[in-house]
Design a protein around this ligand. Structure first.
Ligand SMILES: *Cc1c(COP(=O)(O)O)cnc(C)c1O
Length: 366
């Protein structure tokens, strides 16, 4: 008996290359795109270890938990790290990045998370990219939570290493990811004795064994199911139109934000300014008397399956995340999330305006 997920014909090198090309179009890049067969942490770590080392001075922008992770990898590589941490309720500005360069002119690497699903903010990559280019540093961007939810203009913004995963706004698989690599970034890697070689983390291996050979022979067996799922999700975005998909995410964020404010009861957008709020997911601050984890558990018990989560780690008490991305970027899901949070708050003795929340959300969606 054949099975739809099993007994598939082998995925050819040509098909693998064509999927890379489609991802490159989505990233608006003419640089090399390497698909990596693992969750996005694989290219995120691989790109840092390939380009940073003891000779590097890195400006590491921290606007959420991923920035902290990048700082740890950079230090582990022997890099001198200058952390620029901004409160999680806001975004970093190009002026702050410029000031960091002025204070440390030897910075030659900048790591930045575009949008943070975990904290709900989004950073102005275009403006920051101008500063990074002026100073000639290498620009590394985590676009996992922004791709599909808002424009990611890799080449126009001067991003040297742009990492994506398909599992957020693309509505795709989590087991495969991609990174675009500029000529400058390849040169850094080639000159870096510490860059992983003959390693699963190695981007240089993919260059040697795949790109430089004209993408005719795959270095090892492709992760076939993930590749087909990646192709399918890119195809679906192309068919709907990337602008339409992004508009749905922007509307979901605006509607959730407006709905939460109208719901009241002390629920507030976690990110103060709407312009700093990520289209991929909306974070909310719960009233001081309420435990966010308890509220989410109550809401999900009433309405199972909604994309609600409490904040991670230290944010678990104070933050609710509405993960309105991918197939969940719809008016129905936003309304249901607001209703569930309203019912959860009511159950905890907080007075809310459930009807007002829906009205405000619907108005903001349009
Ligand atoms: C979701 C996400 C990732 C991927 O990491 P997971 O731990 O698998 O969720 C990486 N970077 C950012 C900014 C993300 O939001």
């Amino acid at each position: 008996m054949t099975h739809p997920l099993l007994d598939l014909p082998p995925l050819s090198a040509a098909r693998f290359a064509s999927i890379e090309d489609r991802v490159a179009r989505l990233l608006a890049t003419e640089q090399d795109v390497v698909i990596m067969q693992g969750e996005a942490l694989l290219p995120l770590e691989g790109a840092i270890r390939a380009t940073a080392g003891p000779g590097t001075t890195a400006l590491n922008v921290i606007t959420g938990p991923y920035g902290q992770t990048f700082g740890n990898w950079l230090r582990d590589c022997g890099t001198t790290v200058i952390d620029l941490a901004v409160p999680f309720h806001t975004a970093v500005t190009a002026e702050q990045v410029r000031a960091a360069f002025d204070a440390h002119p030897d910075i030659d690497f900048v790591s930045l998370v575009h949008a943070e699903a975990a904290t709900g903010n989004t950073n102005p990559v275009a403006e920051i990219g101008e500063v990074v280019r002026e100073r000639g540093a290498l620009f590394y961007v985590d676009a996992v939570a922004s791709i599909g939810a808002e424009p990611v203009l890799t080449d126009a913004w001067g991003v040297d290493l742009c990492v994506i995963g398909a599992q957020k706004a693309m509505g795709g698989p989590a087991g495969v990811s991609a990174v675009s690599v500029s000529t400058r970034a390849w040169a850094r890697m080639a000159a870096n004795p510490g860059a992983p070689r003959r390693s699963y983390l190695s981007l240089l291996d993919w260059k040697d064994r795949w790109l430089d050979g004209g993408r005719t022979t795959l270095p090892h067996a492709p992760a076939q199911l993930e590749m087909l799922a990646l192709e399918a999700c890119v195809e679906r975005i192309e068919a709907a139109g990337p602008a339409t998909v992004m508009a749905r995410h922007a509307s979901a964020a605006a509607a959730t934000r407006a709905g939460a404010v109208a719901l009241g009861g002390g629920l507030e957008p976690y990110v103060y300014e709407a312009r700093d709020a990520a289209p991929v997911a909306t974070t909310l601050r719960v009233p001081a008397a309420v435990d966010a984890s308890e509220l989410v558990a109550k809401a999900l018990a009433l309405r199972p399956g909604l994309p609600l989560a409490a904040g991670g780690g230290a944010l678990a008490r104070e933050m609710v995340r509405v993960n309105h991305y991918g197939a969940d970027a719809t008016p129905d899901v936003v309304r249901a999330c607001l209703a569930a949070l309203g019912e959860g708050l009511t159950g905890l003795g907080v007075t809310v305006d459930a009807a007002g929340a829906v009205t405000a959300a619907d108005a903001a969606w349009a």
